[in-house]
Design a protein around this ligand. Sequence first.
Ligand code: ATP
Length: 351
Amino acid sequence: MTGQIELGLLVAQARKSFGGQLALRDVDLEVLTGEFFTLLGPSGCGKTTLLRIIAGLELPDSGRIFLGGREVTHLPAAKRQVNTVFQSYALFPHLNIFENVAFGLKARSFEPDEIKRRVGDSLDMLELTGLEKRLPHQLSGGQKQRVALARALVNEPEILLLDEPMSALDAHLRTQVQEELRRLQRRLGTTFILVTHDQDEAMVLSDRLAVMKDGQVIQTGAPRSVYSKPTNQFVAEFLGAANILPARRDGDQVVTDLGPLRLSEAPRWQEGRLAIRPERIQLEDESPGGAFNWIRARVREAVYRGESLDLWLDPGPVRVRTDSRGHLGPGDQVSLFFPPDALVALDDQPM
Ligand code: ATP
């Protein structure tokens, strides 16, 4: 465990089952102090269970949890320097905003003056000043969300856990709150761990993310590296759109249904699959004679997406994402270039 001092969180071999069904399968996880880290995965993959174990709201069957280098596996939630913001915000409906935010400090017997100062700072930071006397039902969704954040941050936790805190907001407000959350985290330098099933949200917010499936962490890394170098088909398809091509090695190239292709990094397998993002395939009218990785194709379908145009082309079908100002339509002939560094050889184990 080198560099443990820098680690905000270490999860070692955490396992949890409910009624014989495994929700977490020996999960290992490292989150650095001050990172915005996201657990990303489909419904039921175990991300909330992992978050609850980190919070101390759930006990693992086996495995160990360290916060800031200290083991907390059996420490109750209230004794951990961790606060959680839940999906439902869980505000007390009969307490006004000031009292909601002050609740944790009162429970810990802080002096009234100190409570007033801390709550004031916290409300100010989240632009809630002036709303102290309102009850939660008198606030908008975005304001409630900010109160929930203020209530968690007023305790100055080492780690803030966020369990799908934006899922109740409409798309426009969610984008706005995401930006605020990112700025807030940068300013505070607090370690944030977010749970979401929304890949865009994970990409926008995270320094690093972990993609989960079936109780396991499948791939961890910075959004850009996980997006551009997925290790397997599940990650490639969960984090955006991907063309998946079955392939077989033949000398220094691979043979696919589209034709022979060259990769900048040779696959470790003889037979397997390649992934390429639709926006990485280049589209030209003509291919240069004799060059490699060019394929002639015909447009089958064009789907207008506002900021881009998706073309489905034969052979394949291959999906190419291009500039929405283009005017290609069904039947048009084009040349496709597959840049060698955009072709990723996936692990051979299907996930
Ligand atoms: P979602 O995005 O839908 O919240 P998730 O990835 O957060 O999903 P978990 O809530 O961690 O997933 O659940 C993982 C698995 O454990 C699921 O199969 C779920 O049904 C099961 N599970 C979670 N909590 C309990 C519980 N208290 N009792 C029984 N089964 C549970």
